[in-house]
Design a protein around this ligand. Structure first.
Ligand code: 1GP
Length: 255
């Protein structure tokens, strides 16, 4: 067993040091064991900072075993990014406890949390209260369909900024801006910059990031953690180049 310091502490320390982080999102429905082994190997070689696990719709019923396998095979911190409260396992280092603050669906703001609260507490997993914001990425993604909540329009930077600010003042510890898995357009740098300049929380960005250049631009616009899922499912070798693009910013960025 590797004893990690709390995952959230690493988010804050990295942010303070100006170190940009890269997280690879694994959807257990789409990555079989062979590809998972290769993904772990590439992630370690590229010094990937975090592995995120989740999906809006996990069909496979072996989340526990899948996470346990990852924990046994790599020290990279594993973070649960659940698509629903049924996706809970104690074989992770932390849980993004998501409240969909961009939507107006009471169930995803608080309702499902009430239903899963006791189980989450009992799991003993580190909980990271996360203001989750879905931004329109040009295609209806699974998350927008499943959440039954309208995303923030891609050009409404002020709505995004005020939503993030409200999340911070409500006590969220992290803001995750997501254009949705497989988004046609990732979140604009202009919107990211507007949000990043107005909050002090670590900022996670994902959705539709397909290459190192895009990842680099997101990080320079102010994102602290860049999440890539789909593109890596298609081409695992991208891990190395995206990691080095994100990490190359680490010592040069002064915001
Ligand atoms: C989705 O932010 C993640 O919730 C990642 O999106 O799969 O498009 O990289 P992609």
């Amino acid at each position: 067993m590797h004893a990690h310091q709390p995952v959230y502490t690493t988010f804050c320390e990295n942010k303070q040091k100006g170190k940009k982080a890269f997280a690879v999102l694994i959807d257990p429905d789409n990555i079989d064991l062979d590809r998972l082994n290769r993904l772990i190997e590439l992630s370690e070689a590229a010094q990937v900072d975090y592995l995120l696990i989740g999906g809006s719709l996990i069909i496979t019923d072996h989340l526990d075993a899948y996470c346990q396998y990852i924990k046994q095979h790599t020290p990279i911190p594993l973070i649960l990014f659940p698509g629903s409260p049924t996706q809970l396992t104690r074989h992770v280092d932390a849980l993004l406890y998501l409240s969909l603050i961009s939507g107006r669906n009471a169930d995803l703001l608080i309702g499902q949390h009430v239903l899963s609260a006791a189980a989450v507490r009992q799991s003993g997993v580190e909980v990271i209260p996360t203001g989750y914001m879905v931004i329109d990425g040009g295609v209806p993604t699974t998350v927008s369909y499943i959440s039954n909540a309208a995303p923030i329009p891609a050009d409404k930077d002020d709505i995004a900024m005020c939503t993030a600010l409200a999340g911070e003042m409500l006590g969220k510890k992290l803001i995750y801006m997501d254009a949705g898995s497989g988004a046609r357009y990732p979140i604009s740098e202009r919107m990211l910059r507007r949000v990043a300049e107005n909050i002090s929380l670590p900022l996670v960005v994902g959705g539709g990031i397909r290459n190192p250049e895009m990842a680099y631009r997101m990080a320079s616009a102010g994102a602290d953690i860049i999440v890539v899922g789909n593109a890596i499912e298609k081409d695992q070798e991208l891990i190395r180049d995206i990691a080095s693009a994100v990490h190359s910013l680490s010592h040069t960025t002064v915001r």
